[in-house]
Design a protein around this ligand. Structure first.
Ligand SMILES: Nc1ncnc2c1ncn2[C@@H]1O[C@H](COP(=O)(O)OP(=O)(O)O)[C@@H](O)[C@H]1O
Ligand SMILES: [Mg+2]
Length: 240
C-alpha cells in the first residue's frame, strides 16, 4: 500500500464506522428521504422530486431552491458501485477540472450513502453542445477499440474477466491521447478518474453513454457517471 492507498483505506474505514455507529441513536450525518423531502442531519429539510435512476443510484433534485441541488442515494457497499465515492475523493482533493462533476458525500441513510452535486444537463444531447457530442463520439470509439484489442490480445474468455476492467481504462486513455480533438483538460479528467477508481479495484471500467454524460451551462462535457464495476454488474445479473 502506498501512502495515498493507506489514506483512502483509513477514510473508508472511518466512513464504515460512521455508518455502523449511526444505527440506534440519531447522528448529524443521518439523511432521511421520504415523501418528497430530504432531511440532512438536524438543520436542513428540502423539497425534492425524483430525477433519475440507475442500477445503484436514485437521484433527486430540489424543487424550491433558486439553484437546484441534486442528491444521490447510492448503494456503494462492496457489491455496489463506488464510482461516486471516487468522484467525491477527487472533489475532496480540491480538483477543479471542468469535466469532473463536483460530488460531495453528505451522509447516510439506513444502508446507503448520500452524495450531493450540482444539476447538470443530462442526458447528453447533440443539440445542447455539438462539441461535447463529438468528444463523446471519440470516447465511445476508443472504448469500442479497447474492447476489440483486449479480445484479440487475451481471447474472448479472459477478456470477460471483470478484473481486466483497468486494462480497458488504460487503452481508452491511450486512444484519447492520440486524438487531436481531445482537449488536455478532458484527458486530465480521464486520467484523474482512472487513477482514483483504481484505488477501489481493478474491476472498474469506463462506460460512455449519453445517459451517463452531461453538459454544464457552458457546453462542457461532464463525465457524470463514466465508471462502473464489471464485477458488481455481473453479480447482479447472476442473482436475477
Ligand atoms: N447531477 C445530475 N444532474 C442531472 N441529472 C443527473 C445528475 N445525477 C444523476 N442524474 C440522472 O440520474 C440518472 C442516474 O444517476 P447515475 O449516477 O447515472 O446512477 P447509476 O450510478 O445507478 O447509473 C442519470 O442517468 C441522470 O439521468
Ligand atoms: Mg448511470
Amino acid at each position: 500500500m502506498n501512502p495515498i492507498h493507506a489514506t483512502l483505506a483509513a477514510v473508508a474505514a472511518l466512513a464504515a464506522a460512521g455508518a455502523v455507529q449511526k444505527r440506534g441513536s440519531r447522528n448529524t450525518d443521518d439523511v432521511y428521504i421520504r415523501r418528497g423531502t430530504i432531511r440532512i442531519g438536524d438543520d436542513e429539510t428540502l423539497k425534492v422530486r425524483k430525477l433519475g435512476k440507475g442500477m445503484f443510484t436514485v437521484a433527486y433534485v430540489t424543487t424550491e431552491l433558486p439553484t437546484p441541488r441534486v442528491f444521490l442515494e447510492v448503494n456503494d457497499d462492496r457489491g455496489g458501485d463506488q464510482s461516486k465515492a471516487a468522484l467525491s475523493d477527487i472533489y475532496d482533493g480540491d480538483d477543479t477540472n471542468v469535466h469532473i462533476p463536483k460530488v460531495q458525500r453528505v451522509g447516510y441513510t439506513a444502508n446507503k450513502t448520500v452524495y450531493e452535486m450540482p444539476l447538470y444537463n443530462a442526458p447528453l444531447r447533440k443539440g445542447n453542445s455539438p462539441k461535447a457530442w463529438e468528444q463523446y463520439k471519440v470516447l465511445k470509439k476508443c472504448w469500442d477499440q479497447g474492447h476489440h484489442q483486449l479480445r484479440e490480445r487475451l481471447g474472448f474468455y479472459e477478456a470477460n474477466n471483470p478484473y481486466n476492467g483497468h486494462k480497458i481504462m488504460d487503452s481508452v486513455v491511450e486512444c484519447a491521447e492520440r486524438n487531436p480533438e481531445m482537449p488536455e483538460s478532458l484527458l486530465d479528467a480521464l486520467r484523474e478518474i482512472k487513477g482514483t477508481i483504481a484505488n477501489y479495484g481493478s474491476e472498474y471500467s469506463f462506460e460512455f453513454s449519453p445517459r451517463n454524460l452531461a453538459t454544464d451551462d457552458d457546453g462542457n462535457l461532464i463525465l457524470l457517471d463514466t465508471t462502473y464495476s464489471l464485477l458488481s454488474v455481473q453479480q447482479r445479473r447472476g442473482r436475477r
